[in-house]
Design a protein around this ligand. Structure first.
Ligand code: NAG
Ligand code: NAG
Ligand code: NAG
Length: 309
């Protein structure tokens, strides 16, 4: 009886501190003694930036001058179990709100460049955040008119791509996000020339886009494509951009000549070749013909393709 009582007493003593007192603080004190190294770094009440490792430095501050005052400031939003922090022209981070020792904190993007369309700054891209499968987390920040500076909304429209809405009185004027007025005079003049060349049909619309992009790159609004992730994605289309109508006509002439040559080779070897319209209709509407199956075989063994992908 005495032995049982003393065991019960010991048990009560052990449980005592945990059931009384403010649990997190007590737990924190105990954990510091047990795991001094990891706990300090993962404590949600301590600044966590020390363990966030940015992959690169942010781009220089750029864009409309009246927005520069946002640089160096940070705005946060707590949504369900996460706290999001936006530091314009620097970074977007995410901090899990939990008492667990291994709370998650991550970088959702580092200030990269503006998104520009129709002479308007459409959003701020924060890229090269923490790894997410084979890519990096990235965030697009949209600036909308509001009574005060406020991170108003965060969502994840596709995996590891975040959409942030930042409200600020700085963009309430209808002209506040226009690109042309933000440019230095020399670049405005270059833009004028590009518009003139387009009107005079001296450049194609692709050439126009390319020349305008160069103006935005020089202004520091866009980053050059070399070496960036987006360059690798767009690389395939690069050879198809023609700066002038002359370039385009020349390329068209050469391609027509090549098609003629290839057709004559096919005829020489007695291989039937129809107009493109006929092939596409048999592919989409007609039943499968032997030639379709041959085409499939020519594409290669599906198993083999699966291995190489
Ligand atoms: C994010 O930006 C803020 C504000 O400039 C800076 O203090 C902080 O160190 C940055 N965090 C990271 C992880 O780079
Ligand atoms: C382009 O911006 C102008 C105002 O700057 C606007 O009136 C027009 O509707 C916009 N066009 C498109 C396609 O967004
Ligand atoms: C386009 O044409 C210009 C001169 O008309 C030439 O200098 C340039 O190399 C050409 N570009 C391409 C991609 O053919």
């Amino acid at each position: 009886m005495a032995a049982r009582l003393s065991r019960l007493l010991r048990l009560l003593l052990l449980l005592g501190p945990a059931t009384r007192g403010p649990a997190p603080a007590a737990a924190a004190k105990m954990k510091v003694v047990e795991e001094p190294n990891t706990f300090g770094l993962n404590n949600p009440f301590l600044p966590q930036t020390s363990r966030l490792q940015p992959k690169r430095d942010p781009s220089p501050v750029s864009g409309p001058a009246h927005l520069f005052r946002l640089a160096g400031k940070c705005f946060s939003l707590v949504e369900s179990t996460y706290k999001y922090e936006l530091c314009p022209f620097h970074n977007v981070t995410q901090h899990e709100q939990t008492f667990r020792w291994n709370a998650y904190s991550g970088i959702l993007g580092i200030w990269h460049e503006w998104e520009i369309a129709n002479n308007t700054f459409r959003g701020m891209w924060m890229r090269d955040g923490d790894s997410c499968h084979s890519r990096s987390r990235q965030s697009k920040v949209e600036l909308t008119c509001g009574k005060s500076n406020r991170l108003a909304h965060v969502s994840e429209p596709s995996t590891c791509v975040y959409a942030l809405t930042f409200e600020t009185p700085l963009v309430c004027h209808p002209h506040s996000l226009l690109v042309y007025p933000a440019l230095p005079t020399a670049l405005q003049q270059r833009w004028d020339q590009v518009e003139q060349d387009l009107a005079d049909e001296l450049v194609t619309s692709q050439g126009y886009e390319k020349l305008l992009r160069a103006v935005f790159e020089e202004a520091g609004y866009l980053r050059t494509l070399e070496g960036s992730e987006s360059a690798q994605q767009e690389g395939g289309a690069k050879g198809l951009v023609f700066e002038t109508l002359d370039n385009c006509s020349k390329a068209h002439k050469e391609l027509s000549k090549e098609i003629k040559r290839l057709k004559s080779v096919l005829t020489q070897h007695g291989i039937p070749h129809g107009k493109p319209a006929e092939t596409s209709s048999s592919e989409h509407l007609g039943p499968k013909t032997p030639t379709d199956r041959t085409a499939e075989q020519l594409l290669g063994d599906p198993g083999l393709r699966g291995n190489t992908l």
